[in-house]
Design a protein around this ligand. Sequence first.
Ligand code: SF4
Length: 314
Amino acid sequence: MNMINKTAIARDLIEKIKILKKEKNYTILGHNYVIPELQEISDITGDSLQLARLATEIENDRILFLGVDFMAETLKILNPSKKIIVPTKGATCPMANSLTPELIKKFKEKYPDAPVVLYVNSTAKCKALADYTCTSANAVEIAKKIDSEVILFGPDKNLGSYVAEKTGKKIIPIPGDRGYCYVHNRFSIEDVKLAKEKHPDAKIIVHPEAKKEVRDLCEYIGSTGQMMKFPKEDETKEFIIGTEIGMIHKLSKTFKNKKFYPLKELGICNNMKKNNLKNVYEALLFENNEINLTEEIIEKAKIPILNMFKLMEG
Ligand code: SF4
């Protein structure tokens, strides 16, 4: 199919999505990592927790969520009475899936006194067994505030090592070596060197899900939310961004007078990219990919999230 045809199809789908969204009264929430066209048709874009919290303030009780499954689950946990649909149930997260309730129970048997802190990038079933959740923005603060020197932390080993480094606490990674985000874990020392050679005046911002050896070479380490603030506070005009490539669109749109380059062109989350204009249109048309969780899971999984909010307020 040639480029002109593709563009015409995309334009047609965007129009149809706008009409259906209005007719059926849906609010579209899109994660920062979805493709630019989907960021454009979203009513709000943000990170997963930002969106889940924002959803509690939206009067509309119909939400179409664009992201991956654990994020849609968090949205449901915090908004149990709302109807939440997704374009595809195939968009999942290998890192979240690397941790299972069975593994958590095993670690808990071995370290019965250690609280379980789970990154929000975890499944609802795992959250239901945790004491606290955390985000990449508040993981260090949460760990500092918890009254224990030993913490079971999962599923991201790299974020866990960052927390250990910043708090001095003993962080036991669950599930261990298998827990990482393949998009961020892929960034290497070589990528940083090459990017610096190509853009010598740029500062490098990297997500804490990157490996320590990469984090150590960068000027700033922050979550996607923190990445959105940094260019505003810093006079530098060019930045190399070490996270999923979708963030380049959002940053470039927000800071029009600054330049953003990806640390690696291949910093792509394939699961996020399973959301596309066609399945978004179909989701609105058929409303059939609804997120359902049992009441028990919702109640249990809500506890560590609320504990996180309480710690953050205290
Ligand atoms: S970017 Fe990484 S953590 Fe986020 S959904 Fe994709 S694989 Fe999971």
